[in-house]
Ligand binder design. Structure first.
Ligand code: CDP
Length: 571
């Protein structure tokens, strides 16, 4: 196991068990043993003691070898008193004061345990609507979002991580314009990602430059009309200037709902990759693709056999997590166990491409993405079928589309692509399916010393190609790309592309390639250069829609920094 100093620091600060005085009670190996034992224990009533030990060993090997890592709450809490292991939750918000504040309390309990929450505010009556019991007027979804935000701020997740939220409002809600612009001033609502819930009707109206109906959620009646293109342009303008809101295609999410009888998707988890029904939770995990490589006759290629083996163990692991998990609410316990959703995804995709000498922005990379994720999805489902034979189908199976297809699975979903924000640091690989962000960067360490850090694969290639020098790495760090650096062979300039060398279209196409073979959704940020126009942003939104993505988030380089500067100037 080769964990970087950075990874060990993160683990010591937040993941390893400590006593009341902050003294570590375990090392990294101890953590993996703790997690493996706790998760294997779900099989205690199904297998012999020897088999149980074998499962525990398999889980330990796969994590300590950094082939697979479960989401952060599982690493932090498995085998410990808190025992809450899921990263993703969605909670309903009904249109009553009691319910709104009940949900705030529930969200606080989830944040305390390291989970993130998504909410739809779409059922709340609009600002200014009548409140019958008091004769007053309603404050509306955005004002309540600020209360959720303040509650999140106050719960610092027991010293682990600050709560993350997703806030969704349907595009046909009367307060939609206020929602789209609600993060204009960055000081507000900092603990929320926001996304507009886009309908098919809206996209059609944008295309045809027509009006669409605005619906009062309380009375469920049309109360007005808006021009779809005008609304779309404001979404684009805000995303261009601030990176938010993102958009999610609600109807498309619901087309992929395998248990519509249980309810509708109204929201996703905080980073957008996991649509969930109200009160559902999901635990995620990621395979480290940068290791899934073998050499055949000195040519590197994807090691599908090894991926297959890891998928099998990982799905078994994630399915076990559902049973050993301690859920923060009885409703969540019941709902989560009724569909048994899990989300296996990947990290280190860009690292894999570099090792195969395939540029991220190439047709070859898209084809490989489909092949790799297609294989993972197929193997994940196959494992879920095997688990169903051994342990039974998910309880709501009879009410699901799987029943109609005659496919007896244990899990209503098995694949999700998470951002792997922390997991990728622990494994020392590129995050999720994102391209490399930088090949070389300067880190300021103690006493203002500058340390050059170089991507390990690039460093190796540079040493082999005899062009590695500290000076060159400094130049690359400042430039942010190797494009046009004459010391470096041209084909390497193509292979080692970084996020900003890649046009927005390729970002979207890559997201779409993975989405095609992912049950849930894909976390991805489409990076744009600071010079990108509003039209570029609109093109990204349209392309994401056309290529079958379930949503999209953009970030234009420097847009938030300049926002802060602007605020400074005004003040
Ligand atoms: O790498 P790690 O397992 O820590 O998390 P991730 O893959 O970056 O994020 C996966 C999910 O964890 C997010 O979509 C959120 O639901 C949740 N999360 C959170 O609640 N709070 C955070 N600070 C980060 C992630």
């Amino acid at each position: 196991m080769s964990l970087s100093d950075n990874a060990i620091k993160v683990l010591e600060k937040r993941y390893l068990s400590k006593d009341e005085n902050g003294q570590l009670l375990e090392d990294v190996n101890g953590m993996f043993h703790r997690v493996a034992k706790a998760v294997a224990s779900a099989d205690a009533s199904y297998v012999s003691a020897a088999e149980l030990q074998a499962f525990e060993n398999e889980f330990y090997e796969m994590m300590s070898g950094l082939e697979f890592l479960p989401n952060s709450p599982t690493l932090m809490n498995a085998g410990r008193p808190l025992g809450q292991l899921s990263a993703c939750f969605v909670l309903p918000i009904e249109d009553t004061m009691e319910d709104i504040f009940e949900t705030i309390k529930n969200a606080a309990m989830i944040h305390k345990s390291g989970g993130g929450t998504g909410f739809s505010f779409s059922r709340l009556r609009p600002k200014g609507a009548a409140v019958n019991s008091t004769g007053g007027v309603a404050s509306g979804p955005i004002s309540f979002m600020k209360v959720f935000n303040a509650a999140t701020e106050a719960v610092k997740q027991g010293g682990t991580r600050r709560g993350a939220n997703m806030g969704i409002l349907r595009v046909d809600h009367p307060d939609i314009m206020d929602f789209i612009t609600c993060k204009k001033d960055n000081a507000d609502i900092t603990n929320f990602n926001i996304s507009v819930g886009i309908t098919e009707e809206f996209m059609k109206a944008v295309e045809e430059n027509k009006e669409y109906a605005i619906i009062d959620p309380h009375y469920k009646t049309a109360v007005g009309k808006l021009n779809a293109r005008e609304v779309f342009d404001v979404i684009v303008d805000m995303a261009w200037s601030n990176g938010e809101p993102g958009i999610i295609f609600l109807d498309r999410l619901n087309q992929a709902n395998v248990t519509p009888a249980l309810g509708e998707f109204e929201s996703t988890n905080p980073c957008g990759e996991q649509p969930l029904l109200p009160y559902e939770a999901c635990n995620l995990g990621s395979i480290n693709l940068s290791l899934m490589i073998k050499n055949t006759e000195n040519q590197p290629e994807v090691d599908f056999e090894r991926i297959g083996t890891v998928v099998k163990k990982a799905i078994h692991f994630l399915d076990n997590v559902i049973d050993v998990n301690k859920y923060p609410l009885p409703e969540i316990d019941q709902m989560t166990k009724s569909t048994r959703k899990i989300g296996l995804g990947v990290m280190g995709w860009a690292d894999l491409l570099c090792q195969l000498n395939i540029p991220y922005n190439s047709q070859q990379a898209l084809e490989l993405a489909k092949q790799v994720m297609g294989f993972i999805q197929e193997q994940a489902r196959k494992t879920s079928i095997e688990l169903a034979e051994r342990k039974g189908v998910f309880p709501q199976f009879e009410n699901s589309s799987y029943q109609q297809q005659g496919i007896r699975v244990r899990n209503a979903t098995t694949t999700t692509i998470a951002p792997t924000g922390t997991l990728s640091i622990l494994a020392g690989v590129s995050s999720g399916i994102e391209p490399l962000f930088a090949l070389s960067y300067i880190r300021n360490v103690m006493d203002n010393d500058e340390l050059i850090e170089t991507n390990p694969f690039f460093k190796q290639v540079a040493i082999n190609g005899q062009f590695y020098t500290d000076t060159l790495m400094r130049i690359i760090a400042k430039k942010g790309t190797i494009k046009g650096v004459t010391e470096i062979p041209e084909y390497l300039q193509d292979v080692f592309v970084t996020a900003h060398d890649i046009s927005p279209e390729w970002h979207v196409k890559m997201q779409a390639a993975f989405q095609k073979y992912t049950d849930n959704a894909v976390s991805k940020t489409v990076n744009l250069s600071s010079k990108a126009t509003r039209e570029d942003v609109a093109d990204v939104f349209n392309l994401a829609y056309e290529t079958g993505c379930k949503g999209v988030t953009i970030y234009r380089d420097g847009s938030r920094d300049s926002q802060v500067l602007n605020i400074g100037k005004v003040n």
